[in-house]
Each structure stands twice: as structure tokens, then as C-alpha cells.
Design a protein around this ligand. Structure first.
Ligand code: AMP
Length: 285
């Protein structure tokens, strides 16, 4: 596996593959790799000839007071994990290489997709997805992959990236892979490392809550409030007050009126001590 830190080295590393017409897959991450990331890597290895993983904790997508400084970083371990998994190129740029002096351009996907859920003003705010879209655009330009792999764990991010790629004609296919979970249902996340034992136990209520909504709908419930109430009751039993718990159209992110067979994204965020965790489930469709 080659480790590269600059765009020019990255291009150099990928030149032979590009010349020979081999397909390139990109897995963008913030590092601190876990099995969720590795599922994306495995999918990339299965579908592409050459796999690039990027490790970059993107300051632009963290708001003031968020966990940018505390975010777990262990590049040496990540490099070992990536190499063992079969990754060909690890791209770990410095902040200065990504955001050079005078950097003043950003990519903004409009508010219908980015001003709700995670991007709502009282959550991470609109700057969050501006930071995500700008970085993903830069990575797509730097790597120029045939396919880029994202996780359903960050459902809204995947929707925003798809929109941007479509609107700006990026010649790349976006693949979104299912959320990888711990045995008790907790979605794998680098931020799970923040959890103390008691918080870790309570955090499992997020996926239980989503399953409760799913079961309500499976049982014939079509009303959004009733299905969300079933989810909310599960959180309450664990003493968890969500930052949001919402049902939205899984494509447009418009508020859902009912569970009517169309895919509905049920999304939840909650704090457990230092950790702000998110999870979601698509019901129907
Ligand atoms: P992150 O390093 O958290 O920014 O995640 C990098 C990529 O891995 C994103 O596309 C995430 O959606 C994806 N990802 C993170 N956690 C999981 C998970 N538990 N299952 C599947 N994909 C995940």
C-alpha cells in the first residue's frame, strides 16, 4: 500500500492505473477505521481494480464547540488496518494541503437537503454540509475515481453527495452501503470511542428505537406521529432525549406525511456524554 500526503503524489500513484484503464474506487473517511469503513473498502475491492482510502478529519464540517480537536486520530493503526484490508493507496493530506492559503471557494447544495436534520440551524447548521460537499468535491477531483463509496449510516450525507455529483456532472458513480452494526444494534462509529460503559449501554436504544418504528409500520401503522411515538418511547425507557427524531422522504428529505409504502427515512440524533451519535433506518419502498 502506498501512503501519499499530497495531491501531486496522489496523481502520480494513480497514473499507471489510469493509463492502463483500470477502474479506481474511492472510500472517503475521517479515519479511526472500524468495520463500517471496512465494509466500504471490501465493496470497493470487489468492484474496482484499484482502491484509494482517504483519511482526513475535515475542519470545514465541524462547527464551533464540536469535537474537531477530540476526534480520534490514529493514522498508524489506520494504515495497518487499510493495508491488511487490501487498500492500494492511502491518501492522508495535511489540512494545509487541502485548504491552502486564501482558500475561498465552497460547494453548497441547497437548503431543502442541507438545512434539515443534521444541517438544521439548531443541530450542526448549514455550514456542516457545505464543508462536506466542498471536501467531497475536492476528493473527487483529486482522485478522479470511477466509483466512490459511502455509508447509509450518514444517510443525509449520501443524499447530499448524490445531488452534488448529479448537479455538477462529476463523472463518478456513488455507491451507498448498508450500516454496519455492533451485535446489540449500535451503529459503528468512530465516535463510539467516546462512550463510557453506561453511555454505551444507553446508546443501543437508538437502533432499538428505529426498530420500534419499523415494527409499528410492519404492524400496519401508517401515521408518522404514532410510529415516531413508538420510537420515542424506546428512547425514553433508556432515559435518552433525542436532539431530533424525524421521518422524512428518503429522497427529497421533505417531511413525511405517512408511511404509505414510499421509502421514508427515520433519523435520530442524541447525545451520550461527549458523543453525539446519529442513526437512521429507511422504512418502506
Ligand atoms: P466517517 O469516517 O465517519 O466520516 O465515515 C466515512 C464513511 O464511512 C462515510 O461514508 C460513512 O457513512 C461510512 N460509515 C461510517 N460508519 C459506518 C457504518 N457503521 N456502516 C457503514 N458505513 C459507515
Amino acid at each position: 500500500m502506498r501512503i501519499v500526503r499530497t495531491k501531486s503524489r496522489l496523481r502520480e500513484a494513480l497514473r499507471p492505473a489510469r493509463r492502463d484503464g483500470r477502474s479506481i474506487g474511492l472510500v472517503p473517511t475521517m479515519g479511526s477505521l472500524h468495520d463500517g469503513h471496512l465494509a466500504l473498502v471490501r465493496a470497493a475491492l470487489g468492484r474496482c481494480d484499484v482502491v484509494v482510502i482517504s483519511l482526513f478529519v475535515n475542519p470545514a464540517q465541524f462547527g464551533p464547540g464540536e469535537d474537531l480537536d477530540a476526534y480520534p486520530r490514529d493514522e498508524r493503526r489506520d494504515a495497518e488496518v487499510a493495508e491488511r484490508a487490501g487498500v492500494d493507496v492511502l491518501y492522508a493530506p495535511a489540512v494545509e494541503d487541502v485548504y491552502s492559503d486564501g482558500f475561498s471557494t465552497s460547494v453548497e447544495v441547497a437548503g431543502d437537503l442541507t438545512g434539515v436534520l443534521e444541517g438544521a440551524p439548531d443541530q450542526r447548521g448549514p455550514a456542516h454540509f457545505r464543508g462536506v460537499a466542498t471536501l467531497v468535491a475536492k476528493l473527487l477531483n483529486s482522485v478522479a475515481p470511477d466509483v466512490a463509496f459511502f455509508g447509509q449510516k450518514d444517510a443525509q450525507q449520501a443524499i447530499v453527495v448524490r445531488r452534488m455529483v448529479h448537479d455538477l456532472d462529476f463523472p463518478v458513480r456513488i455507491e451507498v452501503l448498508p450500516t454496519v452494526r455492533e451485535p446489540d444494534g449500535l451503529a459503528m462509529s468512530s465516535r463510539n470511542a467516546y462512550l463510557g460503559a453506561e453511555e454505551r449501554r444507553r446508546a443501543a436504544s437508538l437502533s432499538r428505537a428505529l426498530r420500534a418504528a419499523q415494527e409499528a409500520v410492519d404492524g400496519g401503522e401508517t401515521r408518522v406521529e404514532a410510529a415516531l411515538a413508538a420510537a420515542g418511547a424506546e428512547l425514553e425507557r433508556a432515559g435518552v432525549k433525542p436532539e431530533y427524531l424525524e421521518a422524512r422522504d428518503a429522497e427529497s428529505l421533505a417531511p413525511a406525511n405517512s408511511f404509505n409504502g414510499r421509502p421514508i427515512l427515520v433519523a435520530v440524533a442524541a447525545r451520550f456524554g461527549e458523543a453525539r451519535l446519529i442513526d437512521n433506518l429507511v422504512i418502506g419502498g
